[in-house]
Design a protein around this ligand. Structure first.
Ligand code: SF4
Length: 113
């Protein structure tokens, strides 16, 4: 039996997965999908910041467009830490495509004029 909290929405259901893969505690089907993925191939969306080159002491927030395998987070962060942009920035601007072949792009999540 494994127990964890669903992080898909703020309700935060307490999920249990038994040895046969049966999921309980989920209020909706997304929790079941999350629980099974968490056991078989855990993934996380990465949110962080990158440097804005043409603005002193300024960073802009970015995120991956989809979750990446948990085991690759360190390598993905190594790539993201090398990235920088020039202002102005716009939400949704892609700063890196298909990072480490995960299928996730890195996009801007804040407008800077
Ligand atoms: S199981 Fe559904 S309702 Fe519960 S936290 Fe997950 S997504 Fe939200």
């Amino acid at each position: 039996m494994r127990e964890f909290t669903c992080i898909i929405c703020p309700r935060g259901c307490s999920l249990k997965v038994d040895d046969n893969g049966n999921v309980t505690g989920n209020f909706c089907p997304r929790g079941k999908e999350y629980a099974i993925n968490e056991i078989t191939n855990p993934k996380r969306t990465i949110t962080t910041t990158i440097r804005v080159k043409n603005r002193k002491d300024t960073v802009v927030s970015v995120k991956t467009t989809c979750a990446v395998p948990k085991g690759m987070i360190f390598q993905v962060m190594e790539v993201i830490n090398t990235l920088s942009v020039d202002a102005p920035t716009r939400i949704g601007d892609v700063v890196y495509n298909n990072i480490l072949d995960t299928g996730a792009d890195v996009v801007i999540t804040k407008n800077i004029d």
